[in-house]
Design a protein. Structure first.
Length: 319
């Protein structure tokens, strides 16, 4: 064997081995995709930047109400594209595995989650009014330049896209990949529990800009824990998306309880009670959010006959 042929056989093998060592921290060569931490965080970062660019461009180029319409459409398109790109190029898994396999059961669970979201806010308003912490001041107000119904539909579309995006990036992508990656090193229940806690902490951090005091972060941490727990017990995003969308929409646009989000209001409400109890992150909201979580978990128990971590949470099928 000549010296040249020896070089030809050994150098490529050495280069390949060195490349594998160099890229192993970020690339899983067995599954041919990024490592779990990157798969967990990249969808959030990329879509957040895209959303920010769309909102900035719309605010600079357009005026109300065209600005809000363009923003909602742009965010919706970005959400769909981000799901496809994440599944195809980052995660390399079927979209259905995120818990987005829409069928009759998925649709039924979505309706249940939606109903619970509305019920929770109705209870919050009822208690607030009864306690003298809120006063109903009118009906069907605040639509500005648009007729009331189109304004409500626009707000619903905007809130629906934003809440669906949060559920996809925080639960479908982040929690799932954290649990999947951790289950290779830890007992499955430990990995899933840490994924729920970790994604909930990041979810609370994302909303920290709304907080007047760090103690109010507990409201968003609880919300993240509810969404995450429901996701891992149900195995899909129907309940979390339904609850999240209709909780946010009914809180502000239906029952007039929104503070940080100004929208048209079917029931206009003046909050006069102490913010500790009835503020947007007040204790009354926390208590009713907890009740909502209990109702959702109770539904899963009734539907499935048991409560356990769904196998799909740590499942990966190459696509």
């Amino acid at each position: 064997m000549s010296l040249q042929s020896t070089f030809d056989r050994t150098l490529p093998a050495q280069i390949t081995h060195g490349w594998r060592l160099l890229t192993t921290p970020v690339w899983n060569h067995e599954t041919s995709r990024l490592r779990a931490p990157l798969r967990a965080i990249l969808p959030l970062i990329l879509t957040f930047l895209a959303f920010a660019a769309i909102q900035t461009a719309a605010s600079e180029q357009l005026s109300h109400p065209a600005r809000e319409v363009a923003t909602a459409v742009g965010l919706a398109v970005t959400l769909v594209v981000s799901v496809v790109i994440t599944a195809r190029f980052i995660d390399r898994r079927p979209i259905r595995e995120y818990g987005l396999g829409v069928d009759r059961e998925w649709s039924s669970s979505f309706v249940v989650g939606s109903a619970v979201g509305v019920l929770v806010n109705a209870g919050t308003l009822l208690v607030a009014v009864t306690a003298g912490w809120a006063e109903i001041t009118g009906f069907a107000t605040g639509s500005d330049a648009l007729p009331f119904l189109p304004a409500m539909l626009l707000v619903f579309g905007y809130i629906g896209v934003a809440a669906t995006w949060e559920e996809f990036v925080m639960r479908g992508a982040m929690l799932k990949n954290m649990a999947e990656g951790g289950s290779n090193l830890l007992p499955r229940w430990v990995a899933v529990s840490m994924a729920v806690l970790g994604s909930s902490g990041i979810f609370a951090l994302m909303h920290s800009g709304k907080l007047a005091h760090p103690s109010q972060a507990g409201y968003y941490l609880l919300a993240g824990l509810i969404f995450g727990t429901v996701y891992v017990l149900s195995g899909d995003l129907a309940l979390p998306i339904g609850f999240h969308v209709f909780y946010n929409f009914s809180m502000s646009a239906v029952f007039g309880l929104g503070v940080s989000l100004q929208t048209p209001e079917l029931i206009a409400v003046d909050i006069v009670g102490p913010s500790f109890w009835v503020g947007e992150e007040g204790l009354l909201r926390v208590l009713f959010a907890f009740v909502g979580g209990v109702l959702l978990i109770g539904y899963i128990r009734w539907r499935d006959g048991q409560l356990q971590i769904d196998d799909r949470i740590t499942q990966w099928t190459s696509a």
